[in-house]
Design a protein around this ligand. Structure first.
Ligand code: AMP
Length: 568
C-alpha cells in the first residue's frame, strides 16, 4: 500500500502540482491509522492509546490557564484519564451510542471528557459554555444527552432551573466539585485507568456537532469514527503535522474546528497540542506563540484582524521563529490579513475552507503552493468540488468554465462526510442532489481552479466565527412581551466579519426607545449568551413580509440596514 511521504523520510506536504497527488489516496490515509482488531476503528485509540503505547512519556497536552498556570500531560496521563472516564461512564450504566455532552472551557477536563466518551463508544458533543440557558437546553434536548459534564456555575445558573425539561439527562458531572454527588475528580479516582476501548465500527457515530441553519432548531450533524481518516490526512496535507510538532488551534471545541483540529486530528498525528483556556488578548496570544515555540498555528480571521489592530510592531517584537505554518478558517480571510501574516510573522496566513457537515478541511492553500491572497485555495486530494446552480425542478446544473460563480458542491462520499442530521432525515436528504452535497456557500472558481468565497446562499450569519441561526435569535426576542415581530440579519463588520442586528416591531403598548432597546439587548443576552445575542436593535413599525407572512430578511439586510447607518 502507498504510504505517505513522511514515512519514507520526506514531508507530507502535497506537491504543488495536483498531477503528482496520485499517492495521496484515502486508502493510503486509512493505512496511516492503527485500527483495532477485526476492522474496528475508534478515534480515541488513534488519538491517545496508540501514542501512549509508543511514546507514552512525551507531552501530549500543554494546558495553559488564564492565570498563567501551565500543566503538562503526557500520553500516559491522557490514556489513564480517558480510561477512567470511560470506566466511569460504564459504571453509571451509560451505553454505547449514548450522547455525552461537555459544556466546558478549553482545558484538561474537556479533553478527558471528549476522548473518554469516545473510548467508551459513546457519542461526544461539545457545547459552548458561554451559551445562554435557551441554546443549551435546545441542544441537550435535541441530542437526548444522558450525561452532561460542566462546571458548578454553568449547571446552577443555566441547567438546574430547567432540568425538568430535560428528562433524558440522568447524570451531571461537575469538574470543579471537590466532593459529593456528581463530583468528577473523586469519581475518576475510583475508576480503572485501563478501561478497554470500545471496538466501534468505522461507520458508528462518534461526534455530534450542532450547527445553525436559517430555520427551526439547530441541526445536529453526526460524524462517524471513520471521519478521522480524512481529519488526520488533512492535518498532514495542510499542516504537515507530525509527531512532536507543537501545534496550537485557537478555536473552542464548542465549534467544529476546535473539536476536530483542536482535539482529535492533532493528537492522532502525535503532535503536542497547546490548549489555552483564556479569552483572546493580543499580548498574551503573541507571548504564547513565543513561549511555547508554536510551530503550526490554526486560527481565525476575527482574531487575525484583532491582532492586526494591536499593531504590527507588537507582533514583530515577539520571537516567532519556530512558526512554520499559520492557517485560518471559518470566515472569509481578506487579502490584507494574509499579507499581514507575512509582515508580522514572516508567514502568510493559509486560508482553509470546511464546515461541520464536511467533517474535515476540503479546500485549502496548501504549504507547497504560492498563495493568491483572498483565495481559499484548491480542493484537497480525493475531493471533487464544483460550482453549481440549483434548479427549480430539483435538478442541479454544474457550471463549467473559468470564472464560474454559484453554490459550492462536493461529490458525496469522502470519509468525514456527515452521516445525518439527528432526527431530521428529510433535512439530510435535502442536502444532496444528484450525488453532490450542497454546501450552502457561494463561491467563484477562477481559471486556475482556485476557489474564492462569495457569501452564504442562505441567511445564516457568521459573527466572530460563530454560525448564528437567525430563527433562534428571533425566537428568543419574540419571548419578550414588548416584541411583536423580529427579523435578524448580519451587518458587515470590520473585525467580526458580521455582527447580529435585530429589527423589531414593538408590541402594542410598548414604545420603541432607549429603555426597550436596552431591555431587549439584556433579555437576549441572558437567554442566548454573548455569542448569539444581537449587538444592535433597530425599531420599525412593521417589518417587510412576503404574502405568506414570512419576514423578508433579504430586504432587511439589503435595504433597511443601509438606511440605518450607525443605528445601534
Ligand atoms: P461551521 O460549520 O460552524 O464550521 O461553519 C461553516 C461555514 O463557515 C461555511 O459554510 C462558510 O460559510 C464559513 N467558512 C468556513 N471556512 C471559511 C473560509 N475559509 N472562508 C469563508 N467562509 C468560511
Amino acid at each position: 500500500m502507498t504510504r505517505l511521504r513522511k514515512s519514507v523520510g520526506g514531508s507530507h506536504v502535497l506537491p504543488r502540482d495536483p498531477d503528482a497527488w496520485g499517492a495521496f489516496t484515502w486508502s493510503a490515509a486509512r493505512a496511516d491509522l492503527d485500527g483495532l482488531a477485526g476492522g474496528a476503528l475508534n478515534m480515541a485509540h488513534e488519538a491517545v492509546d496508540r501514542h501512549a503505547a509508543r511514546r507514552g512519556g512525551e507531552t501530549a497536552l500543554r494546558v495553559l490557564d488564564p492565570q498563567g498556570g501551565r500543566r503538562l500531560l503526557t500520553w500516559h496521563d491522557l490514556a489513564a484519564r480517558t480510561g477512567r472516564f470511560a470506566d466511569l461512564l460504564r459504571a453509571l450504566g451509560v451505553r454505547r451510542g449514548d450522547v455525552v455532552v461537555a459544556a466546558l472551557g478549553r482545558g484538561e477536563a474537556l479533553y478527558t471528557t471528549a476522548l473518554g466518551t469516545l473510548k467508551a463508544g459513546c457519542v461526544f458533543s461539545a457545547l459552548f459554555p458561554a451559551f445562554g440557558p435557551e441554546p443549551l437546553r435546545a441542544r441537550l434536548a435535541a441530542g437526548r444527552a444522558r450525561v452532561l459534564v460542566t462546571t458548578k456555575a454553568v449547571y446552577e445558573r443555566k441547567i438546574a432551573p430547567q432540568r425538568a425539561a430535560l428528562p433524558d439527562l440522568e447524570h451531571i458531572l461537575l469538574t470543579d466539585a471537590a466532593e459529593g454527588a456528581g463530583a468528577l475528580e473523586p469519581a475518576l479516582a475510583a475508576m480503572s485507568p485501563a478501561a478497554d476501548t470500545a471496538p466501534t465500527r468505522p461507520g458508528d457515530a462518534a461526534l455530534l456537532q450542532f450547527t445553525s441553519g436559517t430555520t427551526g432548531t439547530p441541526k445536529g450533524a453526526v460524524l462517524a469514527h471513520e471521519a478521522l481518516v480524512a481529519q488526520l490526512a488533512t492535518a498532514r496535507w495542510v499542516f504537515d503535522l507530525a509527531p512532536g510538532d507543537v501545534y496550537w488551534c485557537t478555536a473552542d471545541p464548542g465549534w467544529i474546528t476546535g473539536l476536530v483540529y483542536g482535539v482529535v486530528a492533532p493528537l492522532a498525528a502525535g503532535a503536542t497540542v497547546v490548549v489555552d483556556g483564556g479569552d483572546f488578548e493580543a499580548g498574551r496570544w503573541l507571548s504564547i506563540l513565543e513561549r511555547e515555540r508554536v510551530q503550526v498555528w490554526y486560527t481565525a480571521p476575527t482574531a487575525i484582524r484583532l491582532l492586526r489592530r494591536a499593531g504590527t510592531e507588537l507582533a514583530r517584537g515577539v520571537d516567532t521563529s519556530a512558526l512554520r505554518l499559520a492557517a485560518s478558517v471559518g470566515e472569509p480571510l481578506d487579502p490584507a490579513s494574509v499579507r499581514w501574516g507575512q509582515e508580522a510573522f514572516g508567514r502568510p496566513f493559509h486560508d482553509t475552507w470546511w464546515q461541520t457537515e464536511t467533517g474535515a478541511i476540503m479546500i485549502a492553500n496548501t504549504p507547497a503552493r504560492d498563495i493568491k491572497p483572498g483565495s481559499m485555495g484548491r480542493p484537497l486530494p480525493n475531493i471533487t468540488a464544483a460550482v453549481a446552480r440549483r434548479e427549480d425542478d430539483g435538478g442541479l446544473t454544474l457550471l463549467e468554465g473559468a470564472e464560474a460563480t454559484g453554490e459550492l458542491v462536493l461529490k458525496a462520499g469522502w470519509p468525514s462526510m456527515f452521516r445525518g442530521y439527528l432526527d431530521q432525515p428529510h433535512r439530510y436528504a435535502a442536502s444532496f442532489r444528484d450525488g453532490w452535497y450542497l454546501t450552502g456557500d457561494l463561491v467563484r472558481r477562477d481559471g486556475d481552479g482556485d476557489f474564492w468565497f462569495v457569501g452564504r446562499a442562505d441567511d445564516v450569519i457568521k459573527s466572530s466565527g460563530h454560525m448564528v441561526g437567525p430563527t433562534e435569535v428571533e425566537a428568543a426576542l419574540l419571548e419578550h412581551p414588548g416584541v411583536a415581530e423580529a427579523g435578524v440579519v448580519g451587518r458587515p463588520d470590520a473585525v467580526a466579519g458580521e455582527v447580529v442586528v435585530a429589527f423589531v416591531a414593538p408590541a402594542p403598548g410598548h414604545a420603541p426607545g432607549e429603555a426597550l432597546r436596552r431591555e431587549l439587548l439584556a433579555h437576549a443576552r441572558r437567554r442566548l449568551g454573548p455569542a448569539l445575542a444581537p449587538r444592535a436593535i433597530v425599531f420599525r413599525d412593521q417589518l417587510p413580509k412576503t404574502d405568506s407572512g414570512k419576514i423578508m430578511r433579504r430586504v432587511l439586510r439589503d435595504r433597511l440596514l443601509k438606511e440605518t447607518p450607525g443605528d445601534g
